[in-house]
Design a protein around this ligand. Structure first.
Ligand SMILES: CC(C)(COP(=O)(O)OP(=O)(O)OC[C@H]1O[C@@H](n2cnc3c(N)ncnc32)[C@H](O)[C@@H]1OP(=O)(O)O)[C@@H](O)C(=O)NCCC(=O)NCCS
Length: 255
């Protein structure tokens, strides 16, 4: 994926470097005496916001956060130190890498307790996404993260599509029964065949219509009955809404 903002002068990743250190105090901790996950995520968002704004020199918003794994507990009295920089920019979005290191201040032992990739979008005066400068990676770490960023962006695009579909199926009401009804309605609109391809593959069918149960073969057609082979949906209409379908199958009709 080639950035389409080559007209803007590129900026070194180091221009966006941001560091934040805090000591973990009792109000930051849960009843186990370790930091709240949400507190750490707020720190991650803070430091990434500053890094993104330093790169864009515009207002920015968090578009998404990739999964965060808490690898080690962070105890009351420990120091927590976060570093962030912009690894890559596409047109209006930037990827920010955050590393969280904890330190037992008495022993001096340090551990990486989490890493995170976040995507921020720069906003123009009209509040709409605005172009940002490309990033120049200089260190080995910056180069490695820069080279692999386009692939991560593609994975996020798949995830965003799936999230949108999931939100559409769920709707804003606190009623899973209604969500199931929506899904049943989608299932009721069976896919049409277009020139030997499914309508979805031919680009004539909304994404939600992919949530179809397998059509049973006509009697005597020789085609095997039974559940859809794993991967078949993905092969036909990648990226497939796997999460949504898994939830839908788990709900059943009694909710
Ligand atoms: C993020 C937001 C500005 C995107 O606006 P949009 O009108 O959907 O714009 P687009 O679809 O053109 O996306 C703009 C860019 O953001 C990227 N993007 C949008 N959503 C994304 C997501 N969930 N994850 C990663 N990238 C995302 C797009 O890929 C695109 O990147 P590019 O221009 O570099 O190619 C908009 O969805 C928004 O305001 N969301 C709420 C943000 C917010 O309030 N955050 C605080 C926490 S709630």
């Amino acid at each position: 994926m080639i950035p389409h903002h080559q007209a803007m002068p590129a900026k070194p990743a180091s221009d966006s470097y941001t560091i934040k250190a805090s000591i973990v105090l009792p109000p930051d901790t849960n009843h186990h005496g370790t930091i709240f996950g949400g507190k750490l995520m707020a720190y991650i968002d803070d430091v990434a916001t500053i890094a993104a704004t330093r790169h864009a020199r515009r207002p920015v918003v968090t578009a998404s956060t990739d999964s965060v794994d808490f690898l080690h507990p962070v105890k009351k009295g420990d120091a927590v130190c976060l570093s962030a920089f912009v690894t890559w920019a596409h047109k209006t979005s930037m990827e920010i890498f955050v590393r969280v290191v904890t330190e037992d201040l008495l022993s001096g032992e340090r551990k990486v307790c989490a890493t995170s990739f976040l995507t921020f979008v720069a906003l123009g005066e009209d509040g709409r996404p605005a172009e940002v400068a490309p990033v120049i990676p200089e260190t080995l770490e910056e180069q490695r993260l820069h080279e692999t960023a386009a692939e991560r962006k593609q994975a996020r695009q798949v995830r965003r599509k799936e999230s949108k579909l999931f939100a559409e199926v769920l709707g804003p009401d606190f009623s899973l029964r209604k969500a199931k009804q929506t899904l049943d309605e989608k299932r009721a609109s069976r896919p049409q065949r277009v020139g030997g391809r499914s309508a979805a593959r031919a680009g004539l069918e909304p994404a939600g219509a992919r949530l179809q149960p397998r059509e049973e073969p006509a009697a005597g057609s020789g085609a095997p009955a039974g559940p859809r082979p794993a991967g078949r949906l993905a092969a036909a209409d990648a990226p497939a809404p796997r999460l949504t379908e898994a939830y839908a199958n788990a709900w059943g009709s009694e909710w």
